[in-house]
Design a protein around this ligand. Structure first.
Ligand code: CUA
Length: 316
């Protein structure tokens, strides 16, 4: 309803309407009670004004009905807000099972985007309309925040960690991308565009040249270049765990604890190999901290992910 005014961003994702509905409800409740209370103050100030210089107010000793009323009504309203807000929050934080995954790396002061097919872009993100997109994001330096007002989504982008954000766009077009966390001198310049395209256009755009090949193949090459494959062999004869079929599984550690093999675990195992060593293996892997960039890490993670569908050989 306010989308025509420059004060209010367009609505271009499935989540936008839900966030706005809650926002306007909150705004309506606030406006209603602000006006009610301010109105009553003025009304009573006039009605019960002192009429003679020596007038004394009548003493009042509580009123049960009144107190119950002003306790129960706010309780009821806050519970509505809580349940409503929680349902929107869960919907925003839980991506659907089938998503188009795209990697994002923030750095002072740009957004680097890496598509699985190998396409890279800077300060731009092309996505197909109507498709659930999941961004897997990290930072090379300080904390940034990935914010698309038209989609009503925002998530911190944190060094040393992967955070995710998902959205499903509803209308083709170009939308603003902002960094919403002060990150240094050119924070305000850390902006970009989200380009939402028709699926066929998107396919054309994707195939428009990526000489390096897919992200997973870049990762596979890196895997060989860094000699990871000397220990992580597919025949279960290596000194490190077999990676085929590993991603998405749960592994047992030396300590007996279990850990899910997700992006964060793969990343940690590359940078801090001795942090969570799988049971049955020695903590002999060297760290790759400082040797690989965040983007190379993403390629390695994607490579390990791409091995997910392959059969896993039984460990020794
Ligand atoms: Cu990056 Cu502000």
């Amino acid at each position: 309803m306010w989308t025509g005014t420059p004060l209010f961003p367009e609505r271009a994702s499935t989540m936008a309407g839900r966030v706005d509905a809650l926002y306007f409800f909150l705004l309506g409740i606030t406006a209603f009670f602000s006006l009610l209370i301010a109105g009553l103050i003025v009304y009573y100030a006039i009605k019960y004004r002192r009429r003679t210089p020596d007038a004394v107010g009548a003493p009042i000793h509580g009123g049960l009905a009144l107190e119950v009323t002003w306790t129960v009504i706010p309780l009821f309203i806050t519970m509505i807000l809580f349940v409503w807000g929680a349902s929107v929050f869960f919907a925003m934080s839980r991506p659907p099972d089938e998503t188009l995954d795209i990697y994002v790396v923030g750095k002072q002061w740009m957004w680097k985007v890496q598509h699985l097919d190998g396409q890279r872009e800077i300060d731009e993100l092309h996505v197909p309309v109507g498709r659930a997109v999941k961004l897997i994001m990290t930072s090379e330096d300080v904390i940034h925040s990935f914010f698309i007002p038209a989609f009503r989504v925002k998530a911190d982008v944190i060094p040393g960690r992967y955070t995710t954000l998902w959205f499903q766009s509803t209308t083709p077009g170009r939308y603003h991308l902002f960094c919403a966390e002060y990150c240094g001198t050119k924070h305000s310049g850390m902006i970009g565009q989200i380009v939402v395209m028709e699926p066929s256009e998107y396919q054309t755009w994707l195939s428009g040249g990526s000489p390096e090949g897919s992200l997973a193949s870049t990762g596979a090459k890196l895997f060989a270049d860094l000699a990871c494959n000397t220990c992580h062999r597919s025949d279960a004869q290596g000194r490190g765990p077999v990676l085929e079929g590993l991603f998405g599984k749960t592994v047992t550690l030396q300590s007996g604890e279990t850990v899910a093999v997700d992006e964060a675990y793969v990343r940690e195992s590359i940078l801090m190999p001795s942090a969570k060593v799988a049971a049955g293996f020695q903590p002999i892997m060297p760290t790759f901290q400082g040797l690989v960039t965040e983007e190379q890490l993403l390629a390695l993670v994607e490579y390990v992910k791409s091995l997910r569908g392959l059969p896993q050989v039984q460990a020794r």
